[in-house]
Design a protein around this ligand. Sequence first.
Ligand code: AP5
Length: 225
Amino acid sequence: MRELSRLILIGPPGAGKGTQAQRLAAELDGLHLSTGDLFRANVRNETPLGLKAKGYMDRGELVPDDVVLAMVEDKLAATFPPGRTARFVLDGFPRTVVQAEALDQMLMRRGELLEQVFLLDVPRAELMRRLAGRLTCSACGKVAPASDPVRTHCPACGGLFAVRPDDRPETVTRRLEVYEAQTAPVVDYYRKDGRLAVIDGMGDVADVAQRLAAGVGAAASGGPA
Ligand code: AP5
């Protein structure tokens, strides 16, 4: 069985990409690369990139492709310098067909391929429910564990948990519209060339993780996921 090294988790806002990508990347001993997390860290640190991205994020719109692509290429080049095989799980990228094509070219220049894309399938009502209940640390961006009944302070850094600015209901609605218009075509892009597997994203985090692990195993052995 071959070992998978370069995967994508794709899905609408609240589907559980961040939750699962973090676990999967740790299992594969690879990089968890979330473009949303990178942007939020830049916003917190008030970098020029963060200032550029903030308005788009607060409105629930996508940051322009050229800005996203430069950031991802820099991150991959810094983490995997020439001679080092890239191992990663991407979360929140690519989000447009332009980004998906650019990623394929970026990897081709490195002599590598994207191996598999997993779509986390979750109905809209559940997405709204999850996003309405999400709290994130205003200092480090960590998502409050659902199992923590108090959820006031982040166990990782002590920062205060708060509602993410783009998790307000009107912005969530816009993010879902943007997903349908701009990211659903990316799902078709990967479906057409046989790199897409659909994973049922409903149920406990552990159940979804198990389905994902089975999908990775199936893809690694060349069978249907
Ligand atoms: P980004 O951060 O990528 O947001 P998103 O795609 O909308 O995804 P979310 O972080 O909201 O959800 P998720 O699927 O990761 O779910 P999570 O695991 O947290 O992007 C934010 C913004 O940045 C964009 O709108 C855009 O402006 C910009 N941006 C980022 N990338 C870009 C790009 N490539 N191009 C252009 N612009 C870009 O889970 C959600 C909640 O549900 C959590 O509370 C979690 O605990 C809970 N949960 C998870 N799994 C389960 C489960 N199985 N059961 C119950 N609850 C669960």
